[in-house]
Design a protein around this ligand. Structure first.
Ligand SMILES: Nc1ncnc2c1ncn2[C@@H]1O[C@H](COP(=O)(O)OP(=O)(O)O)[C@@H](O)[C@H]1O
Ligand SMILES: [Mg+2]
Length: 293
């Protein structure tokens, strides 16, 4: 059995206890990646779930923060509403520490801070507060500050809502870098300049360190000429920022969430799972390059 399938085969057993209670974790502080694009349906949540699972399968300790009131990442990981004792809403309003909201998933080394629909009302509640854009950054601080012996996670992926609203701005203000899924369709590049403008504003006002980690092309259909053209256009526009890995359109990827499973657990051998494993390797490789250069 490969490392990956042996890691994932554990998914059939009971969810593990929270990582930080059972073992000594990694020493380096986590990298925080916001998965953002203000368009809906481009593959943000699918990428959060499956890149998170793939990173965990190859040995990383991963936390997914569900920052979308639709809570698709929470549902897609099989966490039902009753198991969400505390949610990112409680965290963002300051009612609860992030650590309290984190729950294990059925995937070893993959944890989740789930969301609930309440999160849709956050802007009304904290929209006038001075620290409104830094709620997530402050909540993450205890997990990010260098611990003398261990950190809990090596990667924190933030699944953003389909809007450039206060939640997305919080994710950008807290993240080291942005990972942008773009769907291989005619309007793929539309909206990208608005997203990049928002990144510039966030950099200028909230988070000078923010970078674009990469653009991942999703739902590529090899039978469709348009898909190939979109890949070429996006590569021309974004250059080396575009990951080599392209995620194919694959029915197994879209079926998996209805079983509350990442596609890597639902069908490890399908083309979607293989692509997300390649993407995870590429993300880690790019991290190494960013740290060196
Ligand atoms: N590679 C893929 N192949 C097939 N369906 C996909 C793929 N990626 C995403 N989908 C489907 O497309 C829809 C939108 O994806 P999702 O990740 O929820 O987008 P977003 O979070 O950006 O709104 C979902 O129904 C999802 O299952
Ligand atoms: Mg989503």
């Amino acid at each position: 059995m490969s490392d990956v399938s042996s890691a994932l085969s554990l998914c059939e057993v009971e969810p593990s206890a929270p990582h930080h209670e059972t073992q000594v974790g990694p020493a380096r502080p986590p990298r925080i990646l916001a998965i953002a694009n203000q368009k809906g349906g481009v593959g943000k949540t699918t990428t959060a779930i499956n890149l998170g699972t793939a990173l965990a399968a190859i040995g990383e300790d991963v936390l997914i923060i569900d920052l979308d009131p639709q809570a698709n990442a929470s549902t897609g990981l099989g966490i039902d509403r009753r198991s969400r004792r505390y949610s990112t809403y409680d965290v963002m309003t300051g009612e609860t520490m992030l650590r309290e909201a984190i729950i294990p998933t059925a995937v070893p080394r993959l944890h989740l801070a789930p969301s609930t629909l309440d999160l849709a009302g956050l802007e009304l509640e904290v929209g006038q507060e001075q620290d409104r854009a830094f709620r997530l950054r402050h909540a993450l601080a205890p997990l990010v500050e260098p611990a003398p012996h261990r950190a809990d996670f090596t990667y924190i992926l933030v699944d953003c809502p389909p809007s450039l609203n206060l939640l997305t701005v919080n994710a950008m203000a807290a993240a080291h870098a942005l990972l942008v899924p773009l769907q291989c369709e005619f309007f793929a590049l539309e909206g990208l300049s608005q997203l990049l403008k928002t990144v510039d504003t966030v950099r200028a006002q909230l988070n000078p360190e923010l970078t674009i980690h990469g653009v991942v092309l999703t739902m590529y259909d090899s039978r469709n000429n348009l898909s190939g053209q979109v890949v070429a256009d996006v590569r021309e526009f974004m250059g080396r920022k575009v990951y080599d890995t392209v995620i194919p359109r694959n029915v197994r990827v879209s079926e998996a969430p209805s079983y509350g499973k990442p596609v890597l657990v639902y069908d490890l051998k399908c083309s979607g799972s293989e692509a997300y494993l390649r993407l995870a390797t590429e993300v880690i490789q790019r991290e190494k390059e960013l740290c060196v250069g």
